[in-house]
Design a protein around this ligand. Structure first.
Ligand code: 9Z3
Length: 347
């Protein structure tokens, strides 16, 4: 997981946090393997994570939207929850500073477009402010770059961006009107995990027709809400020393409990390509997901490896076509695997 701090005093905070986090990580791994009670420990950690989390502000509204969206699509159709963007970890309850996980949201947004194209209904659980489906061809600041004023009362799209804006608006409107796209934003690790649990619970009735495609970059460490200072941390007190707890791995409970019949794809990101496949294979075995998409930070837009119990498949973007993206081929493969899974389930 890539660590970086945001806002003022960043460099000092980053150095200290990294050291403490790494120490905690190795301590906890050691304890679990000695106790031999891995499953129980994980379930306890998960319960206490949720019990101590600040409640979701718009819980009822999210549940209502989810139920409406899921009930709106006729049985037998496929539905996928795509997670996208990084989770933030607040350092103060009235948050001024936070730790962030790297992710532009490109993978999630592009994958969503491809799932919709393949006939899926998509619940897009995304980090606020990250890349959105159908907006990848627009400039970073579309409002300032796409529009012009022929006179004071009219606004029109620059000819250079006309096609991109037209496609973005039309495709997004069609996906929403057809009940194929529900967008739910999160910011913190607390919001992300509570929303993921809500979605998984809501999708339980859809069994093997549902899929989780977990491309979000999820924090491994966090500050438990109750041990977090309420007000802004003061810099006058000198260097900062914060204890980070390990975020319990929700993948195992997602698979075993929240949505045991759903098809589940997780992602593994590394910066050292030498350990990538080994780490992805370990994750596959440990969390019993159906496949792990392994990617290396600098080449993630060119290629990924889909690691599963049957094979490791290298998926590349089509180098001959400039507009080709790796998600075009990746989603074709994942959809194919999902079909095999559904057929096997009913056999
Ligand atoms: C990924 O590996 C995604 O493919 C990326 C996509 C975040 C690299 P972008 O959003 O990049 O297009 O800029 N996501 C999972 C990252 C992660 O944190 N995985 C955890 C891990 O590797 C497991 S949940 O341990």
């Amino acid at each position: 997981v890539a660590w970086c701090t945001v806002l003022a005093d960043g460099s000092v905070v980053a150095g200290v946090l990294r050291t403490v986090a790494e120490t905690l990580y190795s301590t906890r791994i050691g304890m679990s393997s000695i106790s031999g009670l891995g499953e129980v420990v994980v379930e306890d950690e998960i319960s206490s994570f949720f019990e101590s989390s600040p409640p979701l502000k718009n819980n009822d509204e999210i549940v209502e939207k989810l139920n409406l969206f899921i009930n709106n699509y006729s049985g037998g159709r496929r539905i996928v929850c795509v997670t996208s963007g990084g989770t933030s970890v607040p350092l103060e309850q009235r948050c001024v500073r936070y730790i962030d996980n790297f992710s532009s949201g490109n993978r999630g947004a592009a994958s969503t477009e491809n799932f919709v194209k393949a006939g899926y209904a998509v619940i897009f659980l995304y980090r606020s402010g990250t890349c959105q489906p159908y907006c990848r061809s627009l400039p970073d600041d579309p409002f300032l770059k796409c529009f012009e004023f022929p006179d004071k009362t009219n606004i029109q799209v620059h000819a250079s961006h006309l096609e991109a804006v037209k496609m973005a608006v039309m495709d997004q409107q069609a996906a929403i009107a057809e009940g194929r796209l529900l967008k739910l934003p999160f910011s913190t690790i607390y919001e992300y995990l509570q929303m993921l649990r809500l979605i998984a619970t809501a999708l339980k009735g859809d069994g093997p027709n549902s899929m989780f495609y977990l491309a979000a970059a999820v924090s491994d460490f966090y500050v438990p809400w109750k041990s977090m200072t309420e007000h802004k941390i003061q810099s006058g007190a000198g260097p900062l020393d914060i204890r980070l707890a390990q975020v319990p791995k929700m993948l195992s409970i997602l698979r075993s409990n929240w949505a045991p019949e759903a098809f589940c794809i997780s992602f593994k990101l590394e910066t050292d390509s030498k350990i990538l496949i080994e780490k992805a294979t370990k994750a596959l075995e440990k969390y019993k997901v159906h496949a792990v998409v392994a990617n290396e930070l600098t080449t993630r837009k060119e290629e990924v490896v889909v690691v599963s119990s049957s094979s490791n498949v290298l998926v590349r973007r089509d180098g001959d076509k400039p507009e080709s993206i790796v998600e075009d081929n990746l989603i074709l493969l994942i959809v194919d695997r999902h079909t095999t899974y559904i057929n096997g389930f009913h056999a």
